[in-house]
Every structure is written in structure tokens, then in C-alpha cells.
Design a protein around this ligand. Structure first.
Ligand code: IVH
Length: 684
């Protein structure tokens, strides 16, 4: 059946509905992808799209190439066809300094014989150039720049980019209009794309430009459709059967009116001074833009003047790209050193032959972690690409493999911490290697003390960050246990520390010695050992010596302790430095009442599960929780069928209703106090 016969079969009401749906979808597409100002929720858009798809499926004769349903769906290609650019796609001359811009402006003024020139200033996007050919306002062809004369036919791919209209809006389009612009990807789109690449075990893209180019040059358009590509249009090529405004800015406005995406940062400026002011403004905004720009472009605004100026060897005389300092440079990797962070993480740092990147001399750059070095196959002696973006720490992006010297060698993760000599461990399944001497390592000392003294750990009042820093700087604390050796004379000499506060601190230290095993275990700052785990360990083993001596399998017998946590505890106590510090702490007088083992004499509330809601008058929620846990009860955050009791204080929340619904016993404050009072007696 011919398309015409098909069409004839479409009832006028349906035809009208299809027309209206396409109009609406195109409009919302435009708001979303071109203006970045959506008006309706995604779900509503999807609904319109589904309705159109359904109708088109029922009436295949109604489908036209410019229907919004027809963006994706073309079959993969064997290879791209070739496109000849009737008007060649030129490139731009670069200016790298203000002087070069002044020279450009002088040449333009001399050739035109005028005092001052009006320019159109635009951001220079870092993506890839495309040509979009519209015939009677319908997108007929998309092509890459190629060598400027011949490019690749990427029509099917270009059609998947939602910021590119399949049909121009408005009226007055020339019969043939070639629009040119830069296809690119935002920083966010780039990050998302690379996450995806990694998840699927594929190679991540080195930068947004490569990602955009790689995405547009896909033989399978359904792949391109998945990539977050967008466009800013910046010029025109072939125009036939119609007229356009006489200035570049006017043409851009016209294109904007036809639904094409134009950079909102472009503007008309006067003379070289206006250009340079624009440059400085954009350089200042560069780091806050959602996409990469590598400079700005100045174009003589008057089209007749552009034509008089003409071009010279593939670049127009009427435009220049004023480049920002590059963010990426090449240099040699001299060595790799390992820095130990305050949590013990070992970070490889590249020592580089100094190189100026983005106007700053860089001689160190981060290599992130051991895994990254392997993934990027970085070796000492390699020529590497270093990137410095804004205020971010410079990083080694990649290696120029073709320049690898024969004696390049792999950086090796050290066996021992470069700061304290404790063993370095790379926990199974983790990417970050760590120094295992958490209690001893000077790099981790401040963090270790801060955690040790914190309220929920040893609760040493008055030992704040500033004080810890002073104690550390003066060499008064080499490891945690030295805290308990501090003397009044030492403390009094510190800044902002009078006799009274010195005494208070010593008292607080003294008080902290009476603690619980769970608090002490938590205070040691063992990786993955939070309060709950510390409590579970204390309950299960009942003795610190046993925990310190336990093999991984025994540690895993503790409820809720899995392989990762068990390994972490095990390795912590294998490190002799840590064991020494623990012994010194105990020798300093830290002690706790011996806790009965859960597996032995059962605690009175063992096996019961409590949920707390509302405010209690006589204690904080943490205290109530502590009291329950001390009696062996589990305290959880939400009510379920397994909850034994809900403790409801004043103004209870939704947990109260839930408990009532489920018929779970509810204790008010009096009943609760009676329960724990009674049970505490039973415990004694
Ligand atoms: S105008 C004849 N304007 O830069 C003028 N190009 O280095 C040709 N580019 O191939 C280009 N932003 O891919 C122009 N606002 C802009 C641009 C821009 C990025 C790219 C374009 C071009 C390359 C030249």
C-alpha cells in the first residue's frame, strides 16, 4: 500500500491530534534542550511522546522524518559516507596574548580603513565542529568538519541530539540553510558517561572533547543517542533561496528565533578594548561554566566587512580565537612519592619536571591511588599529560606511550609507611592502601587523638583541635598514650591555656580512664569499627586480650561482623606499634568494669528489640539507648514485626502509629524506667 493510500486512511481527527502532539513535543524539547528551561515534568513529556508513538504505530502512513519519534532508530552503518562542504569549513587563527589581539585588530582596521571595529565576541567551545543542512526548514544532513572540504556524513547521529531541531521553528527560512556549530558534552555529562564506561569495563574518555568526538562518530546511532551531547551554533555556511541579516549578531539572533541553540554568553563589543574586557570576564567565569571553553572568539560583526577581508590559507581574516592558558601540558614524570593522609591513606604524588600549566608552574601532581597508576599504566620516566583546572590539585591525566623510554619503571607501593615505618596494607577489594599504624603514625596522630578524645569515645572534655595541634607541634605527644603523661607544667606553657584550664584538662583525662571496653575499642579508631561494632566485639569476647589475639575467623563469629571488618580489626592488632600503644594506654590506668559475656550469663534484655520515639523527661535518647544496650537489648530505628517494645516519650512520631497498627507493646516513660530499673537490679 502506498504512503498516499495510507495517509488517506488517517481520520482527520487523528491527523490533527498527531500534528498537535508533534508541535507540543517540539516545543517542550526546545524549552528543555535549547533554552534549558523546562516547563513540564519529564513524566508529562514521556506521556505525550508515548501517545504520539502509539498513534504513529497505528497509522504508519503518518510518520514523517521530522517527527520527534524519528530521532533514534536508524540502523548501524558499515562506515560513514563522505560529504563535500560546498562552502569550506575554515579554522581559526589563534592569539595567545593581548598583544596578538591588538595586532589582529590593527590589521582589520587597516584593511577596512576604519577607526574602530564592532566585533561579536563568543566563547570558544571545546568540542567538535558540525555542519547541519536544513532544506525547507527540515534537517536533511549532518556532517563533521573533516579536513574542511570533505567530512563524514553523521546525519543519523546528529538527529539523536535533542538540542538540534529536526524542523526549524518560525518562518522565513531560506530554501537551503547550512548552520555550523560545536557539538560538546557538559562536565556533568562527561562524568556520567565515564562512570558508565567504567561500570561496563570500557576505557574512560580522557576529556570532554574526546568524549564528544567519540560519541558523534559512532557507527551505531543508538549508541550516540545514549550520550549526553548538546550543541551551540556559531555560524552559517551555504545559504540559498533566502536572505539573512547583515550582521553576525543579527544572524545569530535569527538562528535563535528558528529554535537553534546559541550561546547566551555571546555579545557585541566595540574595538580591541571591548574584546579584551570580554576575554577577562570569560576567563573569570571559565571555572564556573558547566562545560569546557578553551578561549573566546572575536568575529568582525558586519558581514559585508567580513567579505571584504576574506580569508588567508584556511582561516578567515575577520576572526581570531583568543586562547586561554592551556589546562593540559606535557612533561616528564621524575619520580613517585607516597604521602600519608590523616586517615592513613597513601596517595601517590608525581614529582614532575616543572612545567607551566594554565599560567602556574607545576612540579607535583596527584596520581590519586595505586589502582589509578595501574589503570593508566603510568611509569617513572614516562612523558605524561598534566592537567590543572581552576583551583583543583593538578593531576596526571595520561601517558604519552610513544615517548616511553626503555628504562621506564613501574612505581611500587611501599611495604612500610614512609612516615612511621608501620606496615602498609591494601585491604581486599579496596583501591586505597593505608598505613596500619593508626595509633602511632605521626601523619595520623592528630586525627587519632581527635577521635580518641571525642565525646562518644573517651570523652575528654577540653581537648579540641587547636590544642591537639599545639601539643603535636611541641612534640608533647608522640603517640596516644602520651596524653596521659601530660604534666601541668607542660600544659601551662601552651597558648590560651591558663592554670585553671590546664587543671581541668588533666581532670578530664583522669576521668576518662574509667570507661567501658566498647568505648575504648571505638576510641582506637580501627577502620570500619563504629560504636555498634565496638559494642558487639566487647559483648562477644568480654576481654580485650582475646580480641587482640583473635584470628579473622573468630572475629567473624561476632554478629554483624563480616570479612572486611574482621580483616581490618585483625590487621590493626597485628601491627606491633598499635599493640604497644594499647599496652601503654592500659598501663596509664585506663580500665573498665568486666562485662559478662553475652554467650555466657545471658543479659536480662538479650534478644529483645526496642524502638525509641518522642522525648523522655529524665534522660536523652542516647542515654536511654545506652541503658537498653547495657542490658543486652537491641535498639533499632524503625518499628517492624520484630520490634519487642516501643518506648514513647512526649510528642511521639509516626513510629507510634505504626506500633499501634502492628499491636506492638508501647511503654511510656514511667513503664520504661520501671523496666530498666528492674532489669538493672536483676543484672546486679
Ligand atoms: S568560528 C570561520 N566560533 O574552533 C570560522 N569556531 O579553531 C570558523 N569553535 O573548527 C569557526 N567555538 O570547531 C567558531 N564560537 C566559535 C567556536 C568555534 C568553537 C571551534 C570550531 C572550529 C575551531 C577552530
Amino acid at each position: 500500500m502506498s504512503a498516499a493510500r495510507h495517509e488517506a486512511a488517517i481520520p482527520p481527527r487523528i491527523r490533527e491530534r498527531i500534528r498537535r502532539l508533534r508541535e507540543q513535543i517540539n516545543h517542550h524539547n526546545y524549552l528543555y534542550y535549547v533554552l534549558d528551561a523546562p516547563e513540564i515534568p519529564d513524566a508529562e513529556y514521556d506521556r505525550l511522546m508515548r501517545e504520539l508513538q502509539d498513534l504513529e504505530q497505528r497509522y504508519p502512513g503518518s510518520i514523517t522524518p521530522d517527527s520527534p519519534t524519528q530521532r533514534v532508530g536508524a540502523a548501524p552503518l558499515e562506515k560513514f559516507g563522505e560529504v563535500r562542504h560546498e562552502v569550506p569549513m575554515l579554522s581559526l587563527n589563534n592569539a595567545f596574548s593581548e598583544t596578538e589581539v591588538l595586532d589582529f585588530d590593527r590589521r582589520v582596521r587597516e584593511r577596512l580603513g576604519v577607526e574602530e571595529v564592532e566585533y561579536h565576541a563568543e566563547p570558544k567551545l571545546d568540542g567538535l565542529a558540525v555542519s547541519l543542512l536544513y532544506e525547507q526548514g527540515i534537517l536533511a544532513r549532518g556532517a563533521t568538519r573533516g579536513d574542511g572540504w570533505r567530512g563524514e556524513d553523521v546525519t543519523a547521529n546528529v538527529r539523536t541530539i535533542k538540542a538540534i531541531p529536526l524542523r526549524l521553528m518560525g518562518s522565513g527560512h531560506p530554501e537551503l540553510l547550512e548552520v555550523r556549530g560545536e557539538v560538546f558534552i557538559t562536565h556533568e555529562g562527561f562524568a556520567r558517561l565515564n562512570e558508565n564506561q567504567e561500570r561496563e569495563g570500557l576505557k574512560p574518555f580522557a576529556n570532554p572533547r574526546n568524549a564528544a568526538a567519540g560519541s558523534l562518530r559512532q557507527l551505531d546511532p543508538s549508541v550516540t543517542a545514549q550520550r549526553p551531547l548538546t550543541i551551540f551554533c556559531y555560524g552559517i555556511g551555504l545559504v540559498r533561496g533566502g536572505t539573512l541579516p547583515s550582521t553576525h549578531s543579527g544572524i545569530m539572533e535569527q538562528l535563535r528565533g528558528w529554535g537553534l541553540r546559541i550561546s547566551p554568553l555571546s555579545r557585541v563589543v566595540q574595538g580591541a578594548a571591548g574584546c579584551l574586557e570580554y576575554y577577562r570576564e570569560m576567563a573569570g567565569r571559565r571555572d564556573r561554566l558547566e562545560y569546557e571553553i578553551d578561549g573566546v572568539v572575536y568575529k568582525v560583526n558586519d558581514i559585508a566587512a567580513q567579505e571584504r577581508l576574506g580569508e588567508l590559507s584556511r582561516a578567515p581574516r575577520w576572526a581570531v580565537a583568543h586562547k586561554f592558558p592551556a589546562r593540559e601540558e606535557m612533561t616528564r614524570l621524575l619520580d613517585v612519592e607516597w604521602q600519608v593522609g590523616r586517615t592513613g591513606a597513601l596517595t601517590p604524588v608525581a614529582r614532575l619536571e616543572p612545567v607551566t600549566v594554565g599560567g602556574v608552574v607545576v612540579s607535583n601532581a596527584t596520581l590519586h591511588n595505586q589502582d589509578e597508576i595501574g589503570r593508566k599504566d603510568i611509569r617513572i620516566g614516562d612523558t605524561v599529560i598534566v592537567r590543572r583546572a581552576g583551583d583543583v590539585i593538578p593531576e596526571v591525566v595520561s601517558v604519552v606511550k610513544s615517548r616511553r623510554p626503555a628504562d621506564a619503571r613501574r612505581p611500587r607501593l611501599p611495604d612500610r609507611c614512609p612516615v612511621c615505618g608501620s606496615e602498609v596494607i591494601l585491604p581486599s577489594g579496596e583501591k586505597i592502601a593505608r598505613c596500619s599504624g593508626g595509633l602511632y603514625c605521626p601523619a595520623q596522630r592528630r586525627e587519632a587523638i581527635r577521635h580518641f578524645a571525642s565525646r562518644r569515645a573517651m570523652d575528654i572534655e577540653g581537648l579540641g583541635d587547636k590544642l591537639v595541634a599545639q601539643l603535636d607541634e611541641r612534640g608533647l605527644i608522640r603517640d596516644l598514650s602520651d596524653l596521659y603523661a601530660l604534666r601541668l607544667e607542660d600544659l601551662e606553657k601552651l597558648e590560651r591555656m591558663g592554670r585553671k584550664s590546664a587543671r581541668n584538662l588533666l581532670d578530664a583525662l583522669e576521668r576518662s580512664k574509667q570507661t567501658t571496653m566498647a568505648r575504648f575499642l571505638y576510641a582506637l579508631g580501627i577502620r570500619h569499627v563504629g560504636e555498634a561494632t565496638a559494642r558487639a566485639l566487647a559483648d562477644h569476647f568480654g576481654s580485650l586480650e582475646e580480641i587482640m589475639a583473635a584470628p579473622v575467623e573468630r572475629l567473624q563469629e561476632v554478629p554483624d561482623i563480616g570479612a572486611v571488618v574482621a580483616e581490618s580489626i585483625y590487621l590493626f592488632f597485628r601491627e606491633k606499634h598499635n599493640r604497644q600503644v594499647v599496652e601503654r594506654l592500659l598501663a596509664a590506668g585506663i580500665q573498665w568494669p568486666s562485662t559478662p559475656r553475652k554467650s555466657g550469663g545471658e543479659l536480662p534484655l538479650a534478644g529483645e528489640s526496642f524502638v525509641l520515639t518522642g522525648t523522655l523527661g529524665s534522660m536523652t535518647r542516647d542515654e536511654a539507648k545506652g541503658a537498653l544496650q547495657a542490658l543486652g537489648a537491641k535498639v533499632t530505628g524503625s518499628v517492624s514485626g520484630r520490634t519487642s517494645y516501643l518506648v514513647a516519650g512526649a510528642n511521639p512520631g509516626s513510629k507510634y502509629d505504626k506500633a499501634r497498627q502492628l499491636g506492638i507493646p508501647i511503654l511510656d516513660e514511667t513503664a520504661f524506667l520501671k523496666l530498666i530499673g528492674g532489669k538493672q537490679q536483676a543484672k546486679r
